[in-house]
Design a protein around this ligand. Structure first.
Ligand code: FAD
Length: 464
């Protein structure tokens, strides 16, 4: 048999079901392929930061596969549709008998895979595997067999499913015989146009490093995770998200690292991993959310503010609200933002500036190293109160009290906003009362805009 492993958002050799199954018989020939679809990235708003990370991961993957005597063919292709045509050609050229792929949950990816398997099934056997969630979305349903719409019962069902069928990540397959490397020489790699990141820093997402990062986090920090995770000045979270987003580590491996630890910290961290599964489940069962629609119908009734000027200020970190601006500057400089701050800036954009959550979602996609369609969409919809948040729409984050609570000494704010470095924290937190030197005054009245947002929401709800 001749097996082809189709890599996509799963750029690793560890715990990779498609690769492991392709390598199950030691005598079969195995080759791997990846399609770099630049126009598809643009259509999905995947920014330069994440594209750069993918290019790095591809180079790491190519080396790891070479050590297993497996060749990685990298081909360029405009979009998903044309990648299927090229895949079909490669299958013919290399006389592939079996195609292996890990299932992806987002809408366009699902359509692509469905179409690929339909088109190719007359010439090759298509094998699909669950790899990108702790439990497959179709296996987490209520007693009535319906998908969950809120997190808490969903998470209970995930714990139950994991108790029933414990997770065992797969180890890297053993190396093929040397001849396997040269068994497929007819297709040569395309040259990728090198992408430069916009951020100043770039995370190391090589598999070895990520496993070490996880081990260090679990050994040193997970114990305090519950206590520290909301304070952006403390490096209390794992920062594993960029590796998870491009698949250089598997979610099941992350879970395996934490499962061995007892205590509230590990429990809370695992709960966060389940949030990732939750948004995948929402995307799977309610695919309209991936087509620009809100989870709740009230989204259609809202008339958002379409001020480009206001949006620009938010993007640049010049709103005059120190906690919002410091967070946006962290994003622009590092390509990552702390979870607490993602909620704060998203709430500020949607509720205080009344700007369409889709604008913020897009900006995050364009800048985050860890951009993940389901989590980003879920996080934005949650923040705009048109998603799966169990709390009512009138719960609006107050950026002043959020800063006082989660950055009490303004340590994080000072790190990112130079003109505020010598000011006492009290003055920084009281920016509304007294303008801060060399810093813009607040672009909006926080209390008034909150009140207006709630009123507008009420009107939208009543018109449903
Ligand atoms: P940790 O606290 O160490 O958590 C471990 C892992 O659990 C994370 O890497 C992530 O995979 C998962 N996780 C944690 N919190 C969440 C959550 N609320 N939702 C879903 N998964 C979670 N996460 C992304 O991976 N990509 C995104 O594009 C993204 N966009 C977001 C946009 C908004 C508006 C909001 C509010 C949240 C978004 N998140 C996103 C979720 C969360 O902010 C990040 O996963 C987290 O900050 C990553 O840092 P970490 O790896 O240190 O997390």
């Amino acid at each position: 048999k001749r097996h082809l492993v189709w890599f996509r958002n799963d750029l690793r050799v560890d715990d990779h079901p498609a690769l492991s199954h392709a390598c199950a018989s030691k005598d079969d020939a195995v080759v791997a392929i990846y399609f770099y679809c630049a126009k598809q990235f643009a259509a999905h708003d995947v920014g330069r930061n994440q594209q750069y990370l993918i290019q790095k991961a591809l180079s790491n993957l190519s080396q790891s596969l070479e050590q297993l005597n497996i060749k990685l063919i990298i081909l360029t292709s405009d979009d998903f549709a044309s990648s299927i045509d090229r895949l079909s050609q490669v299958i013919d050229d290399l006389a592939i008998t079996d195609l292996h792929l890990n299932i992806e949950y987002a809408y366009n990816e699902r359509q692509r895979d469905k179409q690929a398997c339909q088109v190719l099934s007359n010439k090759t056997n298509c094998h699909r595997y669950v790899a990108d969630s702790l439990v497959a979305p179709w296996d987490v349903l209520s007693k009535q067999g319906t998908p969950f719409k809120v997190f808490t019962p969903f998470s209970k069902a995930v714990y139950e499913a994991m108790d029933k069928s414990p997770i065992h990540p797969l180890s890297m397959p053993t190396a093929r015989a040397k001849e396997n490397l040269n068994a497929f020489q007819t297709v040569s790699n395309s040259d990728l146009d090198e992408v430069k990141p916009t951020a100043k820093f770039c995370p190391d997402i090589s598999e070895n490093n990520v496993h070490k990062q996880l081990a260090d986090f679990v050994d040193d920090s997970i114990i305090d995770y519950k206590k520290d995770r909301d304070f952006p000045a403390i490096p209390g979270t794992s920062q594993i998200s960029p590796a998870l987003a491009i698949g250089s580590v598997s979610i099941r491996r992350c879970y395996e690292f934490a499962r061995a630890k007892r205590g509230e910290g590990a429990k809370t961290w695992i709960k966060e991993l389940i949030w990732r599964d939750f948004y995948r489940s929402v995307m799977w069962h309610f695919p309209y959310v991936a087509r620009g629609q809100g989870f709740l119908p009230v989204d259609k009734k809202i008339h958002w503010n379409r001020s480009e000027d206001d949006f620009e200020k938010w993007c640049a970190g010049s709103t005059g609200v120190p906690i919002v601006d410091s967070a946006m500057r962290q994003l622009l400089t590092t390509g990552w933002m702390h979870n607490r701050l993602r909620m704060v800036v998203a709430s500020f954009l949607c509720k205080n500036l009344w700007i369409d959550w889709r604008w913020g979602e897009r900006f995050f996609a364009q800048h985050l190293y860890d951009f993940d369609y389901a989590s980003n969409n879920g996080g934005w919809q949650w923040s705009a109160s048109i998603g799966t948040d169990a709390a009512p729409y009138f719960r609006v984050f107050n950026p002043v009290s959020q800063a006082e609570r989660f950055d009490p000494d303004a340590e994080f704010i000072r790190k990112w906003i130079e003109p505020l470095q010598s000011l006492p924290s009290k003055a920084i937190h009281q920016f509304e009362q007294k303008p801060l030197p060399n810093y813009p005054s607040c672009m909006v009245d926080i209390k008034d805009s909150r009140k207006k947002a709630i009123e507008q929401f009420k009107v939208a709800k009543e018109s449903e």
